[in-house]
Design a protein. Structure first.
Length: 227
């Protein structure tokens, strides 16, 4: 869920409703977004993304955890004497999985006590480095690191022949190029975090699991070992 696009009180109510209907099985993934064209489509300046994310997250948690009516006067959102219903099934609120990639943003996730959601573009080595940063930040606060508090997004392509592998890699590279075009400002003024990854074949192979079921199983184990 890209928080800068959403009214945080409405989102709190919608998420709590889903949590109740699912019997307390909702996990909510959140991020600040990274595609310029999407922010433009919602008429939200992308340079406001981080501030909007921080404020929306603060309101979201307050909406779930307040037992009484409350108010909020922020830069982007103002709420007066509100109560959010229904309450979520999970208390104090459903688990939050916060997308992050830079060391600073990963440390923010740890400081807030949320779970870490890592992207699908990083290599196994980069993923391991980010998990290590998160682990150190959690332990620096006197908490025990739980490997299950980290989720890694990953595309999987089951290929049985070299020709199928080449076809899958070519499709991945084309998809990456399209994503980078959508993520960047036409003038080049804003460059998304996705642009920091290798745009060529090596990058296309590093962030995806290609291979037979056995080969993919081995690479999944390598990812798990990074914890």
């Amino acid at each position: 869920m890209v928080l800068p696009w959403h009214n945080p009180v409405l989102l709190a109510e919608q998420a709590a409703t889903i949590d109740l209907l699912s019997g307390g099985r909702l996990d909510l993934g959140i991020g600040k977004g990274y595609r310029y064209n999407e922010f433009a489509g919602f008429c939200i300046p992308m340079e406001e993304a981080e501030e909007r994310f921080d404020e929306a997250l603060s309101v979201l948690v307050k909406a779930w955890t307040s037992d009484e009516r409350w108010s909020h006067q922020g830069k982007y959102w103002q709420f007066d004497n509100v109560v959010v219903e229904p309450p979520a099934a999970q208390q104090p609120h459903p688990p939050l999985w916060m997308g992050a990639g830079s060391p600073e943003s990963i440390e923010k996730v740890a400081a807030r006590g949320h779970n870490l959601l890592l992207d699908q573009f990083a290599s196994i080595e980069q993923t391991g480095e980010r998990i290590a940063i998160f682990k150190a930040a959690v332990e620096a606060q006197g908490r025990t690191f739980d490997p299950m508090s980290v989720a890694v997004a990953r595309s999987i392509n089951v290929v049985m022949t070299e020709a199928e592998r080449e076809q899958a890699i070519a499709a991945r590279m084309a998809g990456r190029q399209r994503t980078e075009q959508l993520a960047s400002h036409p003038s080049g003024r804003f460059r998304s975090s996705i642009n920091s990854y290798d745009e060529g074949r090596e990058g296309a192979e590093a962030g995806v699991l290609y291979g037979t079921p056995d080969e993919i199983s081995e690479r999944l184990q390598a990812l798990r070992d990074r914890e």
